[in-house]
Design a protein around this ligand. Structure first.
Ligand code: FE2
Length: 288
């Protein structure tokens, strides 16, 4: 690992309102420039004020051409969809939804007993030949997400591999790495990532030196920020004696295909977006 990745940029998440008035921190959003290919969107929802009462969620809405990954750390999300599925994504659980040709679903966050909701939603692109594939879900409960503990690090593997341990979410077109990494004070984490793979980290607790280079120097980044890394063959993160850190690490090979995003759809051409809207109007959006 002779080419450690350094920091390209540190992004301040935008506060946006989505669904029925849900306030989110959004640090990646679908864009024709496709700057984070194969990743399209990264949202962080955090509500910690129980006196604000029930949280408005995301009533029935369509998706086409993408995969969405919901990872809850506190509270839960009740979901139901046009395939007849329904259930609760609880604390520590993951739901990986492949919208393929089309799905209609509802996602309604619920507070934990302490009154909190804390989670993330990542959108991963589908390549052109799978955009109209069969929709499906992979539901993963917290107990089945493996955790590797080493060198003062706890690494929960949603997707990808750490020390020959594989995450439970498989058969994802982009074959991404999606890790929840927690480091104690004075810890060091290094991880091989092939050249050419898009690599971002979302820091949501504490702070650390990210993008540590061959001279053992990095850049201190604190929560809450998204970091984009330059190309390289590995990533190193060191915590200081003063603070631990927790971050989501995402990495994957870009598809390098043109994209046309339109709300909950991400297709390759404007005509395919038109077709999605026609299908919605005609009631033929969800294929049976
Ligand atoms: Fe959705």
């Amino acid at each position: 690992m002779s080419n450690p990745r350094t920091i390209k940029q540190v992004i301040e998440p935008n506060q946006v309102i989505e669904g029925a008035g849900v306030l989110l921190r959004r640090s990646i959003s679908p864009n024709r420039e496709n700057l984070f290919d194969p990743f399209l969107l990264f949202d962080h929802f955090a509500f910690n004020d129980p006196i604000q009462g029930p949280i408005a969620g995301f009533p029935m809405h369509p998706h086409r051409g993408i995969e969405t990954v919901t990872y809850m750390l506190e509270g839960s999300v009740h979901h139901r969809d046009s395939l007849g599925n329904s259930g609760l994504i609880g604390s520590g659980d993951v739901q990986w939804m492949t919208s393929g040709s089309g799905i209609m679903h509802e996602e309604m966050p619920r507070r934990s007993e302490q009154g909190n909701v804390f989670g993330f939603q990542l959108w991963v692109n589908l390549p052109a030949d799978l955009k109209m594939s069969q929709p499906r879900y992979q539901e993963v409960t917290a107990e089945t997400i493996p955790m590797v503990e080493k060198d003062s690090a706890k690494i929960r593997i949603v997707a990808g591999e750490v020390d020959a341990v594989n995450g439970p979410v498989t058969e994802i077109a982009a074959n991404p790495v999606y890790l929840d990494v927690e480091l104690d004070l004075g810890a060091s984490f290094s991880y091989p990532i092939p050249f050419g793979h898009t690599t971002v980290a979302y820091v949501f607790e504490g702070e650390a030196d990210f993008g540590v280079n061959a001279e053992n120097r990095g850049q201190l980044v604190n929560a809450v920020h998204l970091i984009e890394f330059n190309d390289g063959d590995s990533l190193q993160v060191n915590t200081t004696p003063d603070s631990g850190v927790r971050f989501m690490l995402m990495a994957g090979a870009p598809f390098k295909e043109p994209i046309v995003p339109y709300g909950p759809f991400v297709m390759n051409t404007p005509e395919e977006i038109q077709q999605a809207l026609v299908d919605l109007r005609n009631g033929t959006f969800v294929k049976t």
